[in-house]
Design a protein around this ligand. Structure first.
Ligand code: PLP
Length: 284
């Protein structure tokens, strides 16, 4: 595949970075994954906005403008066949040979991007949609989960807790027993047709799919939508549970900790939500 590294496009096998890169040694960087179908990105502007917010939070200097990112992403899509692609963007603080925790001054950021194949666009079809089975666990990650850091070990370990049991995701709860998010997804519940998701805070990633879905439901449906704390009890007695992410869009959960949710099939509110998402996702 064709990748981008520091201003140049090249074959993946030719892309080389220094082991002294702080992305490698410290996990000192920010990343994004943008879905693209047939050359069209979902939520491009929002993804780039989140990337720039993350870079500012870490004081990483990166001269790329929105237009620069747009050109880079378009070229990457064209070079990789315009199919169903996840576009991975990565900016690390750069290379420094001195071992110092503090941010080194005046080093150039490392900018890397590649495209990987993803599944076809999700459909709002209750017969064929994937059904997720998940576990719950205490959220043992750090207190800055709103930053999309390349340091993903906390997320990786939580995901592995589920994977080791042959399950799809690990849904996390904070020390007060309130829902945060999944290891790589945001979480929604539905009770009596009210759609509920935890509010933004330092405890969750501000998911772009979450943001688009909230906007779409508020603009294009009559459903009541609430951003408020969610307890574990509410999750377990919910009529429907959904996971959202760029590649999954809205995904139905049918089992939590071995207990079934609803009638163990993607529900009617899910079907409406995913079909509205499919219809309007390119308009944001
Ligand atoms: N939460 C976490 C921890 C994630 O890593 C991700 C995406 O990978 C999400 C939520 C969903 O975010 P988005 O909808 O922007 O893909």
């Amino acid at each position: 595949s064709v990748v981008y590294l520091n201003g140049q496009f090249m074959q993946a096998a030719e892309a080389k970075i220094s082991p002294m890169d702080r992305g490698f040694l410290f996990g000192d960087g920010i990343y994004e994954v943008i879905p693209s179908y047939g050359g069209r990105c979902v939520g491009f502007a929002a993804h780039i906005q989140r990337l720039q917010t993350g870079l500012a939070a870490l004081d990483i200097q990166c001269a790329m403008t929105v237009q620069d990112w747009q050109q880079l992403v378009q070229q990457l899509i064209q070079s990789n066949g315009e199919g169903n692609l996840g576009i991975y963007l990565h900016v690390s603080r750069g290379t420094d040979t001195k071992r110092a925790h503090a941010y080194p001054k005046a080093i150039a950021a490392t900018i890397f991007a590649y495209a990987f194949e993803i599944s076809a666009e999700p459909l709002a079809d209750t017969e064929t949609a994937p059904c997720y089975k998940v576990i719950t666990a205490e959220d043992l990650r750090w207190q800055r989960c709103h930053i999309k850091s390349t340091a993903l070990l906390g997320n990786v370990m939580h995901h592995q807790q589920a994977a080791a049991l042959g399950l799809n995701e690990c849904i996390l709860f904070d020390e007060h027993g309130f829902l945060t998010e999944g290891s790589s997804t945001n979480v929604f519940i539905v009770k009596d047709t009210v759609v509920i998701t935890p509010p933004l805070s330092h405890k969750i990633l501000p998911g772009i799919t979450r943001q688009l879905l909230l906007s779409i439901l508020r603009q294009h449906s009559k459903l009541t939508v609430e951003e408020r704390p969610v307890s574990k009890h509410e999750l377990l007695i919910a009529d429907e549970v959904w996971l959202t992410s760029s590649s999954k869009e809205v995904a139905a959960v049918v089992e939590v900790d071995g207990l079934r949710i609803g009638n163990q099939r993607p529900g009617p509110v899910w079907q409406l939500a995913q079909s509205l998402f499919s219809q309007y996702k390119y308009e944001y």
